[in-house]
Each structure stands twice: as C-alpha cells, then as structure tokens.
Design a protein. Structure first.
Length: 137
C-alpha cells in the first residue's frame, strides 16, 4: 500500500515537471519497500501488489483498474530506446509471482498470467496464460 501511495506522489511530481525530485522520491520508496515503480508509469485505481518484494514497473507501463500482481513481477521493456517500451495492462488482470511481461504489448481485460510466465506477445481479454495452455516467448 505504501509503495502505491508513494508512487502516486512521485507520478504527480513527474507530471508537474519536477522529475529529479520524483526520481529521488521513487528511489527512496524502492529502498524502503523493495518495489520499483518508475514515476512516469501510469497506475489505475485499486491496484494491488501482494507481497511486493522485487516488483519492477517501467516508465512507459500503463496499468488499468483493479489489477493485482504478486511478488517479483516485471512489467519491463525489451530494449533501450525512446517511445512506448513497456506493456499496457487492462482492467481486472491478475499477474502471478515471478511473471515477466515485456515490451510494448497489451494484456487484455480480465486476463490471468500464471506464475513465472514470460510474456512477449499480446494477451487477448479473458485469456489465461500458463505453460499448459498458452506459452508465449
């Protein structure tokens, strides 16, 4: 909870162009919580991180409303460059522990990504991603 509220403050500072202060605040939060959310990331309402140690959310990530993620999840880029590099997560998505969602992809509303999955392609709405059904590399 503290990491999310802290991110909302960092994000506000980022939006009003106090980027250095936003980064310092974000780094202090990371040190205190073990959760790294870039101040530019856009996080929806009622976002919940369960056992958040190791969570990383990149700068151009967009997370919808009512999303739940578990520990050690990465919403990351697949390379260095400018522009949109991180995933867009729809509303009501659940992402299991250790999952990696990488690149400028969309995870559709109501999708569920199982633990330790590596997702690099779009996930349709209401789809379950798990190694026995839908393994994407």
């Amino acid at each position: 909870m503290h990491a999310i509220w802290g991110h909302r403050i960092s994000h506000f500072l980022w939006r009003i162009n106090l980027k250095l202060i936003a980064r310092i605040h974000s780094n202090l939060l990371r040190s205190a919580t073990g959760i790294e959310i870039h101040p530019a990331a856009k996080i929806g309402r009622r976002f919940f991180i369960d056992h958040g140690m190791g969570v990383v959310i990149g700068a151009t990530a967009v997370v919808g409303d009512d999303v739940m993620i578990y520990h050690d999840v990465t919403l990351g880029a697949r390379g260095i460059g400018s522009g949109k590099r991180h995933p867009t997560i729809g509303n009501n998505v659940v992402i299991g522990a250790g999952a990696r969602v990488l690149g400028d992809i969309k995870v559709g509303e109501g999708a569920k990504i199982s633990a330790n999955m590596v997702v690099t392609k779009e996930v349709p709405a209401k789809t379950s991603v798990d190694s026995s059904e839908f393994f994407v590399i």
